[in-house]
Structure formats: structure tokens, C-alpha cells
Ligand binder design. Sequence first.
Ligand code: KIV
Ligand code: ZN
Length: 520
Amino acid sequence: MSSIISGAQRVIVFDTTMRDGEQSPGASMSLDEKLELAKILEEMGVDVIEAGFPIASNGDFEAVREVARIVTESTVCGLARAAAADIDRCAEALKPAARSRIHTFLSTSPVHMKWKLQMEPDAVLEAVSASVSHARNLCGDVEWSAEDATRTDREFLYRCVEAAIRAGAGTINLPDTVGYTYPEEYAQLFRDVIATVPGADNVIFSAHCHNDLGLAVANSLAAVQGGARQVECAVNGIGERAGNAALEEIVMAMRVRGETLGFDSAVEPLHITRASRYVSAITGFPVQFNKAIVGKNAFAHEAGIHQDGMLKNAETYEIMKPEDVGQGASNLVMGKHSGRHAFREKLKALGYELGQNALNEAFVRFKELADKKKHVFDDDIIALVDDALARGSEKIRVAKLRVVAGTDGQSAELTLDVDGVEKTAEATGDGPVDAVFNAIHMIVPHAAALRLFQVHAVTEGTDAQAQVSVRLEEDGRIATGQAADTDTLTASAKAYVNALNNLFSRKEKSRPETAIASGF
Ligand code: KIV
Ligand code: ZN
């Protein structure tokens, strides 16, 4: 685990990639993907992992319970509305956790109380006390959030926060739910609440910022300056609408400027790139090239004058080293003569600790890739390992694919292994990808609609691996699949089949009504 800058105060990092992040339109993660992500987050040193909203669906319940089973160092948190049934279900899901937290919330702003909750302020205040006490009877660690805190009447917010503290909340979150505030205002909100509310000294205050005005990270850091000691964030900044504050930006801002700010976190930045790539792959959301910290261009220097400066001294244009966040410094690494030991060391440097079986499998695939591709880069290895992890224990697998493409038309002959039985189909289509997908349809009839088909080259050159993401939707259920291969059509077939496997294994994923039916 990384050491904190000496003299800096520790800020708790609360990751909500699997909860608020998964609420991004189109983002959806399978159970296996959530478990893998939870392992990465724990390895990074994230303090609290919000794994889902257990009442929302059986899938969310199962995800929180399974994350709670495997995570031992980080606190595992589940979200619950201010209703007894929500809180009970959340507590049930968290049972296996070594450290657990119930996060319960209720809207406090006039617009939310009137239109969303249709509750009078006094009833809201009562529900705050009742829900937090109920949660506190089931779990020693309770966080309470005043949803839409930044548009809440200040006096009423003080009363609600006081009620939550009296009822036993140990963490009070003041979310900027609609991404409306700006840094000075948000910092002052924390100062005011902490100075005014009795008992505020005994709890941790938390910031949860949405990025509607592009201010989520700046607002989160301002909140810390105003007295917050927990920040809620998501890998790659995914989340409702414009997203949440980006975990990687918050962590690195505190690490790079920690001495001036006086704050730091216990997150080890080395795993940041891996986490970012993994989240991008499983959600199908690409990371913009110029994204801070994790974008492809975040450490690229194009202008001649910059390159000249960099060659003389990297500090001329770099405020942090790419290696610090897990972006390989020497990118050209391995070839077909590289051995198993070197491969394992490389994986370690990239942040992967694989078990023996997974390592053996990944090594075989690496050798196959090295036979096809002259230069194997770090990005190739990451794509290869993530691809193997995504495939997990699939029921349907691509066994063989032959495609004919050209000016005379396109056709695909595909063999899938379906539960151990090989089935073959031939199909034509509007282009080779369409032909491949039509062949999949013939072997595995299904009603899912294709919502996303995305291809990107993992590295440069015509022999680059193609990384393909596919998103399918059926009856409101969404599943994403991904695959990487030097053959774009093979990668497309595998990604589609991966999405189908995820769709079939996914339980009904319905969101609860947003309006609360307070059970108190
Ligand atoms: O944005 C928000 O207010 C939330 C709460 C549930 C914390 O996500
Ligand atoms: Zn949120």
C-alpha cells in the first residue's frame, strides 16, 4: 500500500464505480466483472468500495454480497433509500463482509421534496432519524447522504445533518447531486455545516460531486479544504449524466500537490492505468485521448520544442511520471523469446497478480500473440489479460471462424461451442461484421438489440490487436462484451458472444422507482 506524503492528512477514498458509475446510461457490469474490479480497487488501497444498490435487483444484491465475500481490506458499502425494506436488504447483502457500511440517503432540497418525494420537510426529518437508527441497529458503520445538499435550504440541512448524527451516522455526505456548485461555494458549505451542527466534530464529512459543469474534481478538492475527509469518486469519472469526480484525478491531485494542499490518500497510483483500462473495457466507454492521468495522450509530447525539453529533463513538461500511474515507461517489451518468468514480472509491473492457472493460460496466449505480432507492447499484454478475464467461464465460445469479404459480397462460416456442443452456421450480411453477427443469430436465436459496436486499435501498426466492445439490450437488460485479437472479425465475434453470455447470465436488472416510499 502506498505511503502518504509525510505531514499530510489522510483523506478517505470512497469508490462508487460499481454503483453510481453503473448508473451511467449504457454502463453495465456482470458479476464476474464487478468481482475483478473489486479486487483491483482493493489492491489499489481504496478505503470504501460501494458495490451496488441491493434492493434494486437480484443482480445488485448478489454483486454486493459476493464483493463482500472476497474483499477483506476495504470496507464494502451498499446503498439503501430511507425505507426499512431497502436497509434490511442492504444489511443482508453485506453480511459476509469483514468491514461493512450501509449508505442511506434522502433528498433534502425543496425541489426534490416537493416533486420527487412529495413529502413535507418534517416528514423528511423524521425519516432521516428513523432510517439512520434502523441502519445503525444493523451495522456499526452508517453513512447518511442529504441528496441534492447543494440546493438545500441551509437551516433545514443543519437540522437534517444533526438528526442523522444523533441517530448514529458516522459519515455525513453532502452531495452535489446535480453538479451545480462551484469550488468556493462548496468549501463554504462544509465549513458552515461543520461549524454549526452539534456533534459535527465526531463524524467524517464526505463530498460526492457530479460533473455537469466540469467541476466535480475541483469541487471535491475544495470540499476537502473546507473540512471533508472523504471523497466519493469513480474510475474514469463515470456516473449519472456527466459522471462523478474521477478517482484517478483526485488521487493524483492530492499526491502531486499534497505538500501544498496538506492532504493525501492511501491509494497506490501504480494501479490507476490498469483500473481505468479495465473499467473502459467492461463498460465499453472509451477514455478520451486527452483525459487527465489516464488518456492515451496524457504523457505524450508532440511539439518539437516540448520533445527537446523532455529529452533534456522530463520535469520540463511532466509534473508526474507515467510509470507512477502504471503507464509503462519503456513500452516496447516482450517478444516470442521472452520466458514465463519475464512474463510474470511484466504482469506484476502492470499491476496484475494472476493465479497459476490464469498465468499459464495468459502465457500461452502471449506466445500465440508473439508469433503473430512482431512487437508485443504493454498495451497488448493488458488487452490480452483483460480479454482472458472477460471470457471467464463462458457457456458459448467461438470455436472457428472463416470470413470471405470483398467487392463481391461478404459471408461468414462460424462454429460456436454451445455448452460443449459444436454448432455451425453460414450467413451473409452487409459487410463482414454483419455476416458474422448474423451467423451468431442463426446458432443462438435471441431478441437482443445491438446498442454499441466499437473497435479500437490497441497499439499502432497494421498488425495491432483490435479491441472490440459490444453492448446488447433485451427487455431493459443491458450487457457488454469485449474481446481483443489481431483479427478484427474474430475479436468482433468473441465480443458479441461475450455480451450474449453476460446477457444470459444476468438476472433481471430493474432500477427501483426514484421516488421514495418511506417505510417508516
Ligand atoms: O448524487 C447523489 O446524490 C447520490 C447519492 C445517492 C449519494 O448518488
Ligand atoms: Zn451521485
